[in-house]
Design a protein around this ligand. Structure first.
Ligand SMILES: Nc1ncnc2c1ncn2[C@@H]1O[C@H](COP(=O)(O)OP(=O)(O)OP(=O)(O)O)[C@@H](O)[C@H]1O
Length: 282
C-alpha cells in the first residue's frame, strides 16, 4: 500500500524537554489511522509536525510525498485540518465563514450549501458562530476542512467534549470520507472511537509508540487473561477464568438454576494500554 504519511526517527524537544523520541510510523493511502495516548503523550505535537506548523528537532516526516519541513500551498490545497483552534469568525454566519474560506482557497461557492447539508447545518446557515452549540461548531470546522475534498484529513480530538449524537454524525461522515478515498489521521483519547473507526492505531506513551496494529488484533494479542463473569440470581457476581478449569463450576451454577446472566469480558484498547504502560488512556 502506498504510504501517504511517514515519520522516520522523528524527535522533538522543547528546550530541555524531549517530547517525541525516535518515532517511526507510516499511514497508508485510504485508511483511517488513529493515534491514541493520554494527555501530554505528544499527539498534537505530531500533528503539528505533519502539518508543517512546527519542525522536528531531528528525523524526517513526509505527507503526500513532501517533506513536512517544506510544505507549500500546493500541498495545503490537498489537506484538511480539524484542530483545536477553530479559527472561525464568531460574529459571522456559518455561510459567511465558509465563503471567506472558499474565496481564499478558490473553491466554488456552490460547494458551501452542499457541505453545510452534509454536516447537517443547513438550518443554521445564517446563524452566527457565536450562537452555535459546541457540537455545531465542530461540524462547521469539519465542513470547512472537507469542502475542498482533501486527499488527507487531520483531526485532533474531533469529538472531545461533544455530545453522543454529534459524535455519531461525525463518525458517519468520517467513514463516508474514507469510502470516497480520503486518508484520515486522527488523535483521540477515546478507545471506542478508535476501535470503531480506525484501520490501524498507534498507542503513544511519553513520546514513544508502544504498540501499533489493527484495533481488534491488538485486543486479541493482549487477550491472555480471558474472564467470564456470572451474575447469580442472589445478586452475587462471580468472576472465573475462561477455560476448561472453570467448566465444572459453571456447570454446577447452571444445574442448580442459579444463573441470572453470563458474560465473557474481552480486553479493549484501554486494557491493552494499561497492560503496556500501567497507565490509563484517559
Ligand atoms: N510549544 C511548546 N513549548 C513547550 N512545551 C510544549 C509545547 N508544545 C507542547 N509541549 C509539551 O509537550 C508535551 C506533549 O504535548 P502535546 O500537546 O503534543 O500532547 P497531547 O498528547 O496532544 O496531549 P492532549 O491530549 O492533552 O492534547 C506536553 O508535555 C506539553 O506540555
Amino acid at each position: 500500500m502506498e504510504a501517504i504519511i511517514t515519520l522516520n526517527n522523528i524527535e522533538k524537544s522543547f528546550g530541555e524537554k524531549q517530547v517525541l523520541k525516535k518515532l517511526n510510523l507510516s499511514v497508508s493511502k485510504g485508511e483511517i489511522f488513529g493515534l491514541l495516548g493520554p494527555s501530554g503523550a505528544g499527539k498534537t505535537t505530531i500533528i503539528k509536525i505533519l502539518t508543517g506548523q512546527i519542525k522536528p528537532t531531528s528525523g524526517e516526516a513526509t505527507i503526500l510525498g513532501t517533506n513536512t519541513r517544506y510544505i507549500n500551498d500546493k500541498v495545503y490545497a490537498k489537506i484538511g485540518m480539524v484542530l483545536d483552534n477553530s479559527g472561525l469568525y464568531s460574529r459571522l454566519s456559518c455561510y459567511d465563514n465558509l465563503l471567506m474560506f472558499s474565496s481564499i482557497y478558490g473553491i466554488d461557492k456552490k460547494k458551501i450549501k452542499e457541505v453545510l447539508k452534509k454536516v447537517e447545518l443547513s438550518e443554521a446557515i445564517r446563524k452566527p458562530v457565536s450562537k452555535l452549540s459546541k457540537g455545531m461548531v465542530q461540524r462547521l470546522v469539519l465542513a470547512r476542512a472537507i469542502m475542498h475534498k482533501p486527499e488527507l484529513l487531520f483531526l485532533d480530538e474531533p469529538t472531545s467534549g461533544i455530545d453522543p449524537a454529534t459524535c455519531l454524525k461525525i463518525h458517519q461522515l468520517l467513514l463516508e470520507l474514507k469510502e470516497s478515498g480520503t486518508t484520515i489521521f486522527l488523535t483521540t483519547h477515546n478507545m471506542e472511537e478508535a476501535s470503531k473507526l480506525c484501520d490501524h492505531i498507534a498507542l503513544l506513551n511519553e513520546g514513544e509508540v508502544v504498540e501499533y496494529g489493527e484495533p481488534d488484533a491488538l485486543c486479541r494479542k493482549y487477550n491472555e487473561d480471558k474472564k467470564i463473569t456470572i451474575l447469580l440470581k442472589n445478586g452475587q457476581l462471580v468472576t472465573l477464568q475462561n477455560g476448561a478449569a472453570s467448566s465444572k463450576q459453571i456447570y454446577e451454577y447452571f444445574a442448580s438454576e442459579e444463573v441470572e446472566s453470563i458474560h465473557s469480558s474481552e480486553p479493549n484498547l484501554e486494557t491493552v494500554f494499561i497492560a503496556l504502560t500501567g497507565k490509563e488512556l484517559s
